[in-house]
Design a protein around this ligand. Structure first.
Ligand SMILES: *[C@@H]1O[C@H](CO)[C@@H](O)[C@H](O)[C@H]1NC(C)=O
Ligand SMILES: *[C@@H]1O[C@H](CO)[C@@H](O)[C@H](O)[C@H]1NC(C)=O
Ligand SMILES: *[C@@H]1O[C@H](CO)[C@@H](O)[C@H](O)[C@H]1NC(C)=O
Ligand SMILES: *[C@@H]1O[C@H](CO)[C@@H](O)[C@H](O)[C@H]1NC(C)=O
Ligand SMILES: *[C@@H]1O[C@H](CO)[C@@H](O)[C@H](O)[C@H]1NC(C)=O
Ligand SMILES: *[C@@H]1O[C@H](CO)[C@@H](O)[C@H](O)[C@H]1NC(C)=O
Ligand SMILES: *[C@@H]1O[C@H](CO)[C@@H](O)[C@H](O)[C@H]1NC(C)=O
Length: 360
């Protein structure tokens, strides 16, 4: 009887074990995970579902983690994805299978792949890269960049700059140079960059060559709106009625909405050499002033921070208003005729002197 009991117990254990094995779902990692550089600072991640993975009745998706250069985690149902990232320090990512089974998620192991950083001697890549975009009335944009040669870059280093915007990649044709004739600046007077309220990435890639060292490439991503130098405001007018100063202007040439802009006014009192800076979002400003003083007024524009703030525009040409009672200006005005008189006298006296000499 006890043997029969043991036997049936064993059977129960066996049944239970089989049940466990059945309900343990196997999750296998994806296969053939590859990274491909498809454009400057653009990587295509691709993988295949594991052929041995049972996909019936499960919802399969993938977890992706970008590890370098910048950590990023996301899930996707696709078996590919595209990332924009600087690649001069290499790129690495991992992916795993996710099974959604009876409302719980089961994960496979990770598969990791890496792109090596491009080779090059230390401190040969460019530093202090900065770029500015200028837009014109016909929606064309120019791009100007400057940089410094790497500390260890040999004197014969030749740098090459490329920019990429969407699918357009172009090499610089117009470089400026340092005293060793190394390229340290570039100007594209016409680019494929177009006004875009969301602000796309402008990729800058600078590599180089030298007989004495391998030059390490450098990449940087810029948001097009963050590096756009806004155009100055238009049609500035100033008027003075008694002591009420009225300043009006129009928004700059731009393709973003009028309400995007903010302005800075400089109201400079020439008599007491005092500058007042005022910020406003409207297109006019008035101020009580001492109308016995003379003022110089100028305006500059930028987009507001919620609207992709760029670089402040240049100031408009100063406009002058108010009576001029500045004693120095009077003196200066008096000096011009005085010095003219002096010059004429001097000239005449010299002439008579030389005439006298000639007579003698
Ligand atoms: C993975 O790559 C190998 C070699 O390129 C290929 O033979 C195999 O079919 C690929 N596997 C899948 C699931 O595509
Ligand atoms: C999948 O689910 C369906 C119904 O939900 C069921 O009839 C079928 O047997 C299941 N298949 C497997 C392999 O579990
Ligand atoms: C699904 O999960 C619930 C609770 O998590 C459990 O009660 C149920 O038996 C599970 N069903 C299957 C088919 O595994
Ligand atoms: C270059 O950048 C470094 C650090 O960002 C800064 O300290 C240095 O002053 C910059 N050099 C020039 C010439 O702008
Ligand atoms: C756009 O305007 C600039 C000057 O503002 C001019 O040089 C350029 O040729 C124009 N481009 C087109 C495509 O009209
Ligand atoms: C620089 O980069 C461009 C674009 O990727 C490439 O075509 C060129 O061969 C590179 N030049 C050097 C010297 O590495
Ligand atoms: C600026 O003034 C000129 C001439 O008065 C006018 O034709 C032009 O439309 C004005 N511009 C704007 C943006 O108001």
């Amino acid at each position: 009887a006890s043997i029969a009991l043991k036997y049936s117990l064993l059977l129960v254990y066996y049944r239970f074990f089989c049940f466990l094995a059945d309900s343990t779902v196997q999750v296998l990692p994806p296969v053939n995970f590859t990274l491909t550089v498809t454009a400057l600072a653009e990587v295509l991640l691709q993988w295949k579902p594991n052929p041995d993975q049972d996909q019936k009745n499960y919802s399969v998706s993938y977890g992706v983690e970008i590890m370098t250069p910048v950590k990023e985690l996301y899930d996707t149902k696709n078996t590919h994805s595209i990332r924009i990232a600087v690649l001069h320090n290499g790129f690495s990512a991992r992916v795993r299978t996710l099974l959604l089974y009876n409302n719980s998620q089961i994960e496979s192991n990770w598969v990791t792949v890496k792109l090596q950083a491009p080779s090059g001697a230390v401190e040969t890549s460019v530093t202090n890269l900065s770029c500015v975009i200028y837009t014109t009335v016909n929606n064309t944009a120019s791009l100007h960049c400057t940089w410094l040669a790497g500390k260890e870059a040999p004197e014969d280093t030749k740098y090459f700059l490329f920019y990429r915007y969407n699918s357009y990649t172009e090499e610089c044709q117009e470089y400026s140079k340092d005293k060793w004739k190394r390229n340290i600046g570039c100007r594209f007077s016409n680019t494929y960059i177009r006004a875009n309220e969301i602000g796309q990435s402008v990729v800058i890639h600078i590599n180089g060559s030298s007989k004495h060292a391998a030059i390490k490439p450098f990449e940087q991503l810029f948001n097009q709106n963050a590096i756009e130098k806004v155009n100055p405001p238009r049609n500035v007018t100033v008027s003075l009625k008694e002591n009420n100063l009225q300043i009006n202007w129009e928004e700059p040439i731009s393709f973003v909405r009028k309400i995007c802009f903010e302005y800075q006014l400089s109201i400079y009192n020439l008599k007491i050499s005092y500058e007042q800076i005022v910020k406003t979002e409207s297109n006019s400003f008035n101020l009580r002033i001492d109308d016995t003083c003379r003022y110089s007024i100028k305006v500059q524009a930028n987009r507001q921070s919620w609207c992709n703030e760029g670089f402040w525009s240049d100031w408009t040409k100063p406009l002058y208003i108010g009576k001029n009672q500045n004693v120095f200006v009077y003196l200066w005005r008096a000096l011009i005729p005085l010095s003219l008189v002096y010059l004429i006298c001097h000239f005449l006296i010299r002439k008579t002197c030389s005439a006298e000499v000639a007579v003698i």
